[in-house]
Write a protein that binds this ligand. Structure first.
Ligand code: GDP
Length: 144
């Protein structure tokens, strides 16, 4: 039996430490899958502070960088590669705005996030960042 041909874009999704501790891993993945988005790689890990700083290096000059990287290294996270047509933009719509107070109702952040920092999920914002972020966590061999 041959492998299925899969069209579509890829993006990196993270369920942040607050999402894992609130017990919404399954709910977050369900929201992706019900939109026809495929999970093509997935693992749980606990970032070191240094690894969190490496991931968020573009934000290193921001005042919230120390707090953000403390938060991201505070507990286990789930990292996933999502695949589907237009998945970068569709994932960001499903996530909602960075600040949950501004997020549309029915989005992950509106439904579960506590504040602008502890906002349950991460999603790449463009094809170039998606490629870099996927590479940060996964080797080619890890992606189905
Ligand atoms: P995203 O693409 O929606 O995740 O937002 P950004 O790329 O702008 O920011 C990255 C992450 O930094 C966000 O998801 C938040 O966890 C955090 N963050 C963004 N803006 C702020 C802020 O003003 N204050 C704090 N404390 N954290 C922020």
């Amino acid at each position: 039996m041959g492998r299925e041909q899969r069209s579509g874009e890829r993006t990196l999704s993270i369920i942040k430490p607050d999402g894992v501790s609130k017990g919404v891993i399954g709910e977050v993945i369900r929201r992706f899958e019900k939109e026809g988005i495929r999970v093509v790689a997935l693992k749980m890990l606990h970032l070191t502070k240094r690894q969190a700083e490496g991931f968020y290096v573009v934000h290193r000059e921001r005042p919230f960088f120390p707090s953000l990287t403390d938060f991201m290294s505070s507990g286990p996270i789930v990292v996933m590669v999502l695949e589907g047509d237009d998945v970068i933009a569709r994932n960001r719509t499903i996530m909602g705005a960075t600040d949950p107070k501004k997020a549309d109702s029915g989005t992950i952040r509106a439904d579960f996030a506590g504040n602008i920092e502890q906002n349950i999920v991460h999603g790449s914002d463009a094809p170039e960042t998606a490629a870099m972020e996927i590479d940060y966590f996964f080797s080619k061999l890890d992606i189905m």
